[in-house]
Design a protein around this ligand. Structure first.
Ligand SMILES: Nc1ncnc2c1ncn2[C@@H]1O[C@H](COP(=O)(O)OP(=O)(O)OP(=O)(O)O)[C@@H](O)[C@H]1O
Ligand SMILES: [Mg+2]
Length: 276
């Protein structure tokens, strides 16, 4: 079953230049693809090609200029407030920067429970139990509920962000460069956690990264974007070993290690200290 369908989506931003002229940026230009339940789709492409714009459209932080975004077959591209609240239960996002995405003045427990409170999901007791359970799932102790974000490392903060994203029992996780800000050994641990969670919770992933090796490791299929367009989509191994599009070939050529199999994160873990 297609859980998400992006149909010919276009997003144009109008901005003003320093001199007061209006400038149009075509961030997305006729993008279409589908996502099946339980699948993991990687999105790669150079900086500014429209990856985050796509993520923001799916969680309805912004609306498309044209085209449709279907969640369970229903167009949500111009959803109203109540609909958006329902949508956010089902589609959650984890951002790149674990330092700015957790409110510094809130305790970890409140950071986890707040979205569910706003969405009126569960009773307060259930929210607390679920928050403690999820902290365990991501490899942290439940006694961290009363602590503040500054007491945690980057890798631990990203685990907290993942736990928060899972609070409302979402089906889809959008991961926008979730490990790019982490050092390599910690990156591997978080990737392993994501792989593990996907199987256990039957999650569907949209995994955005500029790291082709990481995308190949975590995604069944990969979509390649260039300047707002989707230039190639298909089986990750196939695309990253036998690309048909010239731009994909260029992307791969820019990363010498992609021709070789991605080093297993277990191996990388041995290199770094244990985090969390
Ligand atoms: N709110 C906005 N207002 C104006 N232009 C925007 C806005 N958001 C994005 N853009 C522009 O749209 C284009 C796509 O941006 P986007 O953030 O989606 O790229 P990206 O692929 O996520 O890049 P990166 O890999 O650097 O994160 C860029 O040219 C960007 O400057
Ligand atoms: Mg981005």
């Amino acid at each position: 079953m297609d859980i998400l369908e992006i149909r010919n989506v276009t997003k144009t931003f109008r901005t003003r230049t320093f001199w007061g002229k209006t400038k149009e940026v075509h961030a997305l230009n006729g993008v279409s693809f589908t996502l099946k339940k339980g699948e993991s789709l990687g999105i790669v492409g150079e900086s500014g090609c429209g990856k985050s714009t796509l993520a923001n459209l799916i969680i309805h932080l912004i609306e498309p200029t044209s085209g449709e975004i279907l969640l369970y077959g229903k167009d949500i591209s111009h959803a109203k407030e109540a609909e958006v609240r329902e949508l956010r239960k089902k589609v959650q996002i984890v951002f790149q920067d674990p330092y700015s995405s957790l409110s510094p003045r809130m305790k970890i427990g409140d950071i986890l429970m707040e979205p569910a409170r706003v969405m009126k999901e569960f009773t307060e007791k259930e929210r607390k139990e679920r928050a403690e359970m999820l902290l365990g799932v991501v490899g942290l102790r439940k006694n961290v509920m009363d602590r503040y974000p500054h007491e945690f490392s980057g890798g631990q903060r990203q685990r907290i962000s993942i736990a928060r994203a899972l609070m409302t029992r979402p089906d889809i996780l959008i991961l926008d460069e979730p490990t790019s800000a982490l050092d390599v050994s910690v990156q591997a641990q978080v990737l392993n956690l994501l792989m593990d969670l996907r199987g256990k919770l039957n999650l569907t992933y949209l995994f955005i990264s500029h790291n082709l090796a990481v995308v190949r490791y975590i995604s069944d299929r990969t979509a390649v974007m260039q300047r707002g367009k989707l230039v190639e989509i298909g089986d990750s191994d196939q695309i990253l070993t036998h690309p048909s599009d010239d731009y994909t070939k260029e992307l791969i050529a820019a990363v010498p290690m992609i021709g070789k199999p991605f080093k297993e994160p277990e191996h990388l873990m041995e290199l770094g200290g244990l985090d969390g």
